[in-house]
Design a binder for this molecule. Structure first.
Ligand code: ATP
Length: 270
């Protein structure tokens, strides 16, 4: 079976309302929405619209969500792929995949290309990464750089990439006219965790008076993805126990379970 090159979703329903917290990052990407919607407003005085932005931050903090929300707010097609796909699935054809992707995005412009885990292809050249064929990866990276440089100033395709390892990226990626904007997406603080809980509690049947201040204080170090996970797990625990609504104890049990999972994961890494 042929590996899928990328997901194109013209009708992205995600909006900034789905992204809790991250006020600074949202403000920065709002500008990208504006570039996509009103390019002439920005090019009127001879300025060039940026081609790329890099979202940098720990796993599960909402980078993909934010990129999708940009597409949803600007109402443009969203072409997404993951850097790890290149390493795992597109062996031998990485460069041509990149070329196809950009060709399609240009045909559908204004549009967004989202590259998750860009570090998988964008690691500094000439450094081995243990995962085998380095030439292949470098070819792919070079093609990506070529495509970004080849964009006309008015192609109106914006490339958003995400990584939690900005330190390993090839500096060539960050050069002017490429991913020259870096936007930090950090783990949420207690106030932001409360907002994230509110987003993910919306679809649940919950007990009256559930205290989101309490829940946010019980979850230091949790990412948005962890919190989404807690909410879902709590609903499953409550259902398993035959309850009609999700209550405080279900959340505490879910938090325990997720903390257990995180500890195991850390043990494997270290
Ligand atoms: P990774 O680096 O692992 O790819 P990521 O930063 O791209 O992670 P997402 O995939 O966007 O993280 O987040 C996973 C899920 O966690 C989201 O679909 C959403 O349900 C939830 N989530 C994460 N951050 C937030 C947030 N700030 N507000 C609301 N939900 C969030």
């Amino acid at each position: 079976s042929k590996a899928k090159l990328f997901d194109e979703k013209v009708d992205v329903k995600t909006s900034f309302k789905d992204v809790a917290g991250l006020e600074g990052a949202k403000e920065e990407v709002q500008e990208i929405v504006d570039f996509l919607k009103f390019p002439e407003k920005y090019t009127a005085l001879g300025g060039k619209i940026p081609k790329g932005a890099l979202l940098v931050g720990p796993p599960g903090t909402g980078k993909t969500l934010l990129a999708r929300a940009v597409a949803g707010e600007a109402k443009v097609p969203f072409f997404s792929l993951s850097g790890s796909d290149f390493v795992e699935m597109f062996v031998g054809v990485g460069a041509s995949r990149v070329r196809d992707l950009f060709k399609q995005a240009k045909e559908k412009s204004p549009s967004i290309i989202f590259i998750d885990e860009i570090d998988a292809i964008g690691r500094a050249r000439g450094k081995s990464n243990m995962s085998g064929s380095n030439d292949e990866r470098e070819n792919t990276l070079n093609q990506l750089l070529t495509e970004m440089d080849g964009f006309g100033t008015n192609s109106n395709v914006i490339v958003i990439a995400a990584t939690n390892r900005a330190d390993v990226l090839d500096k060539a990626l960050m050069r002017a006219g490429r991913f020259d904007r870096q936007i930090y997406v950090d783990l949420p603080d207690v106030r932001e965790r409360k907002e994230i809980f509110e987003v993910h509690l919306r679809p649940l049947k919950k007990e009256e008076g559930l205290d989101t201040d309490f829940l946010s204080k019980q979850t230091p170090g949790f990412s948005g993805a962890d919190i989404a996970n807690v909410c879902n797990e709590a609903a499953l625990i409550a259902a398993r126990n035959g309850k009609k609504a999700v209550g405080k104890q279900d959340f505490l049990d879910a938090v325990d379970r997720i903390v257990g999972g995180l500890e195991k994961k850390n043990k494997i890494i270290t």
